[in-house]
Design a protein around this ligand. Structure first.
Ligand code: FES
Length: 77
C-alpha cells in the first residue's frame, strides 16, 4: 500500500491589499475614536481597508468562512 504525498502550499490570506508593503500594519490612537463605533477589517477584502465595508458578508457566503471585523467602541464616560 503506497502512501500518496500531497504538497501543501500555504495560501496567502491577503488577496490584494497593499501588496507593495513587506508587512501591512495599521495603528489607531485611542484619541482618534471620535465615533461611538469603528469597524476594522480582518478579512482582507474591504475596499476601504483598514476599515470594514461589509465585504466579509460576500466572502463568508462564497466560502463558508466566518470572518468579521474588529469593533472598536468608544467607552462611555
Ligand atoms: Fe473585512 Fe468586514 S470587510 S471584515
Amino acid at each position: 500500500r503506497s502512501r500518496r504525498m500531497v504538497a501543501v502550499r500555504a495560501q496567502s490570506i491577503n488577496p490584494e491589499i497593499r501588496k507593495n508593503e513587506e508587512k501591512v500594519v495599521d495603528s489607531v490612537l485611542v484619541a482618534e475614536l471620535s465615533k461611538p463605533l469603528t469597524a476594522y477589517c480582518r478579512c482582507w477584502r474591504s475596499g476601504t481597508f483598514p476599515l470594514c465595508d461589509g465585504s466579509h458578508v460576500k466572502h463568508n457566503k462564497a466560502t463558508g468562512d466566518n470572518v468579521g471585523p474588529l469593533l472598536l467602541k468608544k467607552q462611555k464616560e
